[in-house]
Design a protein around this ligand. Structure first.
Ligand SMILES: CC(C)(COP(=O)(O)OP(=O)(O)OC[C@H]1O[C@@H](n2cnc3c(N)ncnc32)[C@H](O)[C@@H]1OP(=O)(O)O)[C@@H](O)C(=O)NCCC(=O)NCCS
Length: 304
């Protein structure tokens, strides 16, 4: 039986040193430890451990977020990160126990929603009450807009820090501090583009990064559901071409049509990094049908 509690500073160091083999910040374990201890991302989390007399057996970080839903309703949510069991302790149920302990801890403080990205088979988290949310990954070749396209595309610097909720019913509402973290995590120059279709009076935007020819879509308010994939493809491929990228990659918060027998080239359901959500309200949660169908936006949003 482990003792579960908030990590003391020396336990946090032990946990951070342990994950070097799987999530290295540097090849040298000593440099890794210093970097992880000082990373903006890790310092946002509260850390929890389960320990035996041998030391820290299992650990995880827990990140505070605000989830918004329809009608401006907000909920406090906690996101699990870096769930890790020391190899000597695996297969004893430790990770599951730690997750249950942490959920109970926050539930007592009124938090009812929990999220995570699963890098392993999501059935592990499903057994703990989490639901998979739709997400797909795309890979497009760059392609200029057709000569008769109603869209224009223009690079813009107009970044406003206020996260709003443009075009999405559900998503994470991130504070300015969170936005700094999101930028620091990218560690790349970011690029913002505005798209306009004057014929239909429509306007969308993308935020992307470019790394050695690879265009990565970070966030956008272009409709992300499979029915709109042609528009999504047209604008993202044109944005990539304009940025002189060789390939455009990114995720969408929607299931691929291909997974439902439809046609949607170059988009596939994700095999890893699957967003999962658990609500203490269970399947009776009024948000359940829509969140599990459409997912929610996990990047900060911007307004012009
Ligand atoms: C995943 C992990 C945290 C599980 O820790 P644990 O304390 O052994 O977990 P539990 O004892 O509660 O559950 C064990 C179950 O985990 C599941 N599991 C472990 N690794 C898994 C993987 N790569 N994919 C899917 N399921 C996995 C298995 O279903 C296993 O059940 P089994 O023992 O019947 O085979 C641990 O294997 C680990 O630290 N892995 C490396 C870090 C990692 O990948 N973390 C997850 C990030 S999302």
């Amino acid at each position: 039986m482990l003792d579960f509690h908030r990590a003391r500073p020396e336990e946090k160091r032990e946990a951070f040193a342990d994950v070097h083999a799987i999530w290295p910040h540097a090849a040298d374990p000593a440099v890794h430890l210093v970097k992880r201890l000082h990373a903006v991302q890790q310092s946002r989390a509260e850390w929890f451990v389960g320990r035996s007399q041998n030391g820290v057996e299992v650990s995880c970080g827990v990140y505070p977020f605000t989830l918004f839903g329809k009608d401006n309703v907000e909920r406090q949510v906690r996101g699990f990160g870096a769930v890790y069991t020391h190899p000597r302790g695996r297969g004893h149920g430790y990770a599951g126990e730690l997750i249950r302990f942490v959920r109970k801890h926050y539930q007592e403080a009124g938090v009812e929603d929990f999220i995570l990205y699963s890098d392993i088979d999501p059935s592990f988290y499903e057994r703990l009450g989490f639901h998979r949310l739709p997400s797909s990954a795309f890979e497009f070749s760059p392609k200029d807009l057709a000569a008769d396209s109603p869209w224009t595309l223009e690079k813009t610097e107009a970044l406003v820090r206020d996260p709003g909720k443009l075009g999405h019913d559900f998503g994470l509402k991130l504070s300015p501090d969170d936005l700094i973290w999101a930028y620091a995590k990218q560690d790349l120059p970011l690029r913002m583009t505005r798209f306009q279709n004057l014929k239909e009076n429509l306007s969308y935007w993308t935020l992307s990064s470019l790394d050695a020819g690879q265009y990565q879509l970070l966030m956008s308010n272009i409709p992300q559901d499979g029915e709109n994939w042609k528009l999504f493809h047209e604008l993202v491929a044109a944005d990539c071409a304009k940025s002189k990228g060789d390939i455009a990659r990114g995720w969408r918060t929607a299931r691929s049509l291909a997974s439902e027998g439809g046609t949607e080239p170059q988009v596939n359901d994700r095999k890893d990094g699957i967003l999962m959500w658990a609500s203490q309200r269970g399947e009776k949660d009024p948000w359940f049908p829509e969140i599990t169908k459409k997912g929610f936006l996990t990047f900060p949003l911007f307004q012009f």
